[in-house]
Design a protein around this ligand. Structure first.
Ligand code: PEP
Ligand code: MG
Length: 367
């Protein structure tokens, strides 16, 4: 950890001899990945791939893909995106130098990719070679009143399997490239978002495995990989025993898990939250620190049921709570293997993990 120097660097070396929880970072850009490494992250716990498509060069093809009426149209747009994605993953694998990299397949609330203005609609229509009216109609058809609970996560992957196929291909091509080039082991961990049932994961894993087979045959080179899932819906936590039959690792998405357990929007919790805290109904903001009574209980249930099916199942957390000291104490107690947080919180997470390993008291409470 070259960037943490002096007394602080020494302290961090000590804490690393004590902690048992691994600390990874949430990162999708080369800059974030490099920062994470400097602060001592031991891998990427969450690469949110939807963030990779907002670049102006890519967003048009992304909109074209989402708005296409046919699979053929989607595949044409995805073909434009594949080289970008491959390069994204090559860079991440190179920076992480063989450390684990968990890549989450596309999970945008759909509205983030839909065109908003006439100019954006015209731009997509031109790119796709169709009339603006066609784009408008499709845009209207895809509109959702509650996108965060709508057509996102693996629901997108189920309805449009070609999206995840493109991403899986990019991951495997990149892994083969970097592994062959550097001689280092690259073991991508491919993660499916918003799973609520084993069958969803079965379908997604089957298409990922098919893509792996195709790429490894073309390249005459193969790498190991894992397919796992986010646990971010109460139903997924309850059905974790089933889901672990297919899922090779779990990562708790506590942002969505908090949203869906509380039935409270993560984007606009509103002024009532202050009143709730003042009246002692919630001890703290549940989106900032784990609610141990509700969300925490679901994590424990999922960990227990998942590991009953698959002993030694790797468990992590990648929601905002993964960088919160009190929540990290909880994660230690729940038997998680790692926490993943923003790169700048990695040093704090390392310290908190060491304190948790020593059994120090945490300031956590139940919301
Ligand atoms: C989560 O839901 O906790 C999570 C990590 O995923 P995202 O924040 O991208 O929905
Ligand atoms: Mg989520």
């Amino acid at each position: 950890q070259p960037e943490l120097t002096g007394d602080f660097g020494t302290l961090m070396e000590w804490v690393d001899t004590i902690r048992t929880l691994k600390v990874r970072a949430n990162a999708e850009t080369p800059l974030d990945a490099a920062t994470a490494r400097k602060f001592g992250a031991e891998g990427i716990g969450l690469c949110r791939t939807e963030h990779m498509f907002f670049d102006p060069k890519r967003i048009i093809a992304m909109r074209e893909m989402i708005l296409a009426e046919t699979e053929k149209g989607r595949r044409a747009a995805l073909a434009k995106l594949l080289p970008y994605q491959r390069q994204d993953f090559i860079e991440l694998f190179e920076i992480m130098q063989g450390l684990p990299v968990t890549i989450r397949l596309l999970d945008p609330p759909l509205h983030e990719f839909l065109p908003n203005s006439e100019a954006e609609i015209a731009e997509v229509a031109k790119e796709a070679g169709v009339e603006p009216a066609v784009v408008k109609a499709r845009n209207a058809a895809l509109h959702e009143n509650n996108p965060m609970l709508g057509h996102r996560g693996c629901r997108l992957g189920i309805t449009y399997p070609e999206i995840y196929e493109m991403q899986a291909r990019a991951i495997f091509e990149a892994a083969v490239h970097v592994s062959r080039d550097t001689g280092r082991t690259v073991v991508p961990e491919i993660m499916i978002p918003l799973v609520g049932a084993k069958k969803e994961l079965d379908l997604m894993k089957a298409s990922i495995d098919k893509e792996a087979e195709a790429v490894f045959a073309e390249q005459k080179y193969s790498v190991h990989y894992m397919v796992g899932t986010m646990i971010e819906l109460p139903r997924a936590a309850l059905l974790a025993g089933d889901i672990a039959q297919t899922g090779e690792f779990f990562s708790f998405g506590t942002n969505d898990l908090t949203q869906t357990t509380f039935g409270m929007s993560r984007d606009d919790s509103g002024p009532f939250l202050e009143v709730y805290r003042a009246k002692g109904i919630y001890e703290h903001d549940p989106f900032a620190s784990l609610d141990q009574a509700g969300v925490g209980e679901l994590i424990k249930i999922a960990a227990e049921r998942g590991r009953a099916t698959r002993p030694g199942l790797k468990l992590g957390i990648c929601g905002e709570h993964g960088g919160d000291p009190a929540s990290i104490h909880f994660c230690q107690g729940a038997g998680l293997d790692y926490v993943s947080c923003s790169p700048y919180r990695v040093p704090i997470a390392r310290l908190a993990a060491a304190q948790a390993a020593l059994g120090g008291s945490s300031s956590s409470g139940t919301a």
